[in-house]
Design a protein around this ligand. Structure first.
Ligand SMILES: Cc1cc2nc3c(=O)[nH]c(=O)nc-3n(C[C@H](O)[C@H](O)[C@H](O)COP(=O)(O)OP(=O)(O)OC[C@H]3O[C@@H](n4cnc5c(N)ncnc54)[C@H](O)[C@@H]3O)c2cc1C
Length: 439
């Protein structure tokens, strides 16, 4: 896997040129976006077939709203700290020997984050929080191949799907990973996301050494979190809502593969955790998690945490859990159907998904909005690479500002011709004022 100029990991296919047909088939059977091999429904059925199923959440046993009671651990985590707590419990009880998750990268690598291995509770706590940053699995899996013992695999839905498919192909990996813990996912970002947020705060994006995407701000609700970044010389922090790109609906720096995803709740994971974006929970700035358990033993571990006073745990209805991810689900269902339709119409390849390509389920204004969001994704990736090459960030932000205004008009159904009229009136007013000043 290699980082492209757009700040995304892509497979280097050179080796495949000399590969046997069976080897290529294996690669396609592991890659989560190849369109070949088992999908989330069939993997989920094989793993959790006896329990209840919902088309939005996948298989589920218990659903909770939860958080850890230890505030220092909670503040080191993205939402309620549940993933960190479960990882610690599994290690402490000897059910796992190590954790494979996303950690801060050593400075000499030139990366901010990487998939690494943690063996101690301290490493697990430090490795907490969401990393909206490209990562890849090939190196850590090579390391796991050599490691004795059993591990917990933590990942976004597509990484869990890929890892499960690898376990089916190479059963020795299934023995190595008795637990898979998923993160609910809206979409993954390119390196440009962290870089552009830092650049807006006056930091040089090429010099970043540290980034925190989820700084908890104690005077605001949980969804109003902050962003902090450091270069060797300076550090800065701001509420995410004050930075362009903090609004996920804009799709800035979105990984294009996410346009072809239909899995929000990591349907192949044993346990999945997301942010409780729900009216009551969101008020607590310390953060609260939505948890979907697909395994009895993991539900029991959580229940024991409640008994011991280490967790606050309330049952949540299926509808509430789905409501906490309304935007993501809409994008992965109605949005995906339309994107598949567009790709088919334009003669572009797309994998088989669990929804059918269509345009008729959407109004024409909604279609325009989805088309515009594809443009925002593509333009932000392309023009950020150009801005870094030419050191011209001003042109980049002007372009993004224009795209943002169009997005707001499309979202609020304000006709774009009004925009032209507003611009014309403002320009006319400005030139009249200029003329008067000259007089
Ligand atoms: C790219 C991305 C998109 C997300 N989108 C949504 C969303 O739309 N809605 C929503 O509710 N939640 C989303 N989440 C999940 C959410 O941000 C929290 O991670 C989740 O609530 C778990 O919180 P926690 O406090 O239990 O986790 P913590 O205790 O903070 O632990 C998080 C664990 O996840 C690991 N981790 C962090 N980033 C990654 C990564 N990129 N890949 C693999 N492992 C990682 C860490 O190493 C750590 O072990 C997203 C997360 C990411 C990384």
């Amino acid at each position: 896997m290699a980082l492209t100029e757009s700040g995304l990991y892509q497979p280097d296919l050179a080796d495949l040129k000399t590969a046997e047909e069976s080897e290529i088939k294996d690669v396609l059977n592991v890659c989560p976006f190849s369109g070949e091999g088992a999908n989330e429904d069939s993997i989920g059925f094989r793993l959790f077939g006896g329990i209840q199923h919902d088309t939005r959440l996948g298989y589920y046993r218990e659903i909770y709203q939860a958080s850890v009671t230890d505030d220092s651990m909670r503040l080191q985590a993205s939402s309620g700290g549940i993933i960190t707590w479960v990882l610690k419990s599994l290690l402490k009880s000897g059910k796992a020997d190590y954790v494979v998750h996303v950690k801060n990268a050593p400075r000499e690598t030139g990366k901010l984050f990487y998939y690494g291995i943690s063996r101690t509770t301290e490493e697990i706590v430090v490795g907490g929080k969401s990393k909206y940053y490209p990562i890849e699995l090939s190196e850590v899996l090579r390391e796991v191949e050599r490691l004795p013992g059993r591990g917990v695999f933590v990942g976004l839905p597509c990484f869990i799907k890929g890892a499960r498919r690898l376990c089916e192909l190479r059963p020795e990996f299934a023995k190595k990973f008795p637990y898979f813990i998923g993160l609910v996912c809206g979409h993954l970002k390119s390196t440009g996301f962290a870089e552009s947020l830092a650049q807006q705060m006056g930091l040089n994006p090429s010099e970043l050494v540290d980034v925190d995407f989820r700084v908890k701000l104690m005077d605001r609700p949980a969804d109003r979190y902050g962003f902090s970044a450091s270069t060797p010389m300076r550090s800065n922090a701001r509420p995410m809502s004050e930075l362009v790109g903090g609004n996920w609906g804009l799709n800035l720096f979105r990984n294009p593969a996410c346009d072809l995803c239909d899995d929000v709740f990591a349907e192949c994971a044993d346990l999945v955790v997301g942010d409780a974006w729900l009216p009551g929970a969101v008020k607590d700035p310390r953060g609260t998690s939505v948890v979907v358990s697909r395994r009895k033993d993991l539900s029991e571990i959580l229940g024991k945490g409640l008994e011991d006073g280490q967790l606050s745990l309330e049952e949540l209805s299926l509808e509430m859990a789905a409501n906490s991810q309304q935007g993501g689900l809409r994008d992965r269902r109605e949005g995906l159907r339309y994107r598949l339709y567009l790709r088919r119409k334009n003669g572009e390849w797309s994998p088989e998904k669990r929804v059918e390509p269509s345009k008729n389920h959407l109004s024409s204004s909604r279609r325009k909005l989805y088309r515009h969001r594809i443009r925002m994704m593509k333009d932000s990736l392309r023009f950020w690479a150009l801005a870094k090459r030419t050191n011209d960030f001003e042109s980049f932000w002007k372009r993004i500002e224009r795209l943002q205004i169009i997005n707001s008009c499309l979202y609020r159904r304000i006709p774009l011709r009004w925009l032209a009229w507003i611009k014309y009136t403002l320009a006319a007013r400005a030139s009249k004022k200029n003329a008067q000043t000259k007089k």
